[in-house]
Design a binder for this molecule. Structure first.
Ligand SMILES: C[S@@+](CC[C@H](N)C(=O)[O-])C[C@H]1O[C@@H](n2cnc3c(N)ncnc32)[C@H](O)[C@@H]1O
Length: 202
């Protein structure tokens, strides 16, 4: 079998991963002590949610870390410690595969992290040329910054099947978890079990 044929097969059956994988380890910037921490605590007068909307880490889209004063009740944990919402992969009429919620999801809630291979601009361009050559129509690239792309073509999780909508019920957001840039999908309004989950690719 020709190499190009094998690669097409790979893109149809991506490897399931839970965390981003870095093609170039040097690219993985980790800075545990990034100088941001909260001192949230559960006092009898406060609400039952620890590290809610007034948590200083959450406000700047950074997950809490070991530097913070909060403990295991923290609701702003790094993505890998959060529960992924129950979702099903389905065949849609016009957009290939898609994702529907398999439980009710409240506005603002974390749905899933967008994971894949972290690649740089040069590799991204090479992969795009290859995809163009193969006349691929589905793209799984998420540009994080000028030289960082998360590519879920070959490795990813259910987030890679979430389709685009101009009237979405979710959004993609760039966060920092322990100094590492991560992307996650959050509900922008209440999503009922059985609803398509979509975000605006723009
Ligand atoms: C991240 S993938 C989403 C999952 C994809 N539908 C699949 O079958 O694997 C993005 C690709 O899905 C298709 N897609 C997503 N949203 C769409 C929409 N609203 N209309 C048409 N195609 C869409 C496009 O081919 C796009 O490149």
């Amino acid at each position: 079998m020709a190499t190009s044929e094998k690669k097409i097969g790979e893109s149809k059956k991506p490897k399931s991963i839970r965390r981003n994988t870095y093609l170039n380890k040097k690219f993985k910037k980790k800075d545990k002590d990034h100088g941001i921490f909260c001192s949230c605590s559960l006092s009898p007068a406060s609400s039952s949610t620890l590290c809610g909307s007034d948590c200083s880490c959450r406000i700047i889209l950074s997950s809490c870390s070991s530097t913070c004063g909060c403990r295991c009740e923290c609701t702003n944990k790094p993505f890998e410690k959060r529960r992924i919402k129950k979702m099903k992969r389905v065949q849609t009429e016009k957009c290939g595969d898609g994702i529907v919620a398999d439980e009710d999801i409240n506005a603002g809630e974390f749905i899933i992290e967008y994971v894949g291979e972290v690649i740089n601009k040069k590799i991204c361009e090479e992969r795009l040329r290859e995809m163009n050559h193969k006349e691929e129509t589905n793209f799984y690239l998420c540009q994080v910054n000028s030289n960082m792309v998360i590519d879920a073509t070959y490795k990813g999780n259910k987030s890679r099947y979430i389709n685009h909508s101009c009237n979405p019920n979710a959004k993609m957001q760039k966060w920092v978890n322990d100094g590492e840039i991560r992307i996650a999908i959050f509900a922008t309004r209440d999503i009922k079990k059985g609803d398509d989950v979509t975000y605006d690719y723009q």
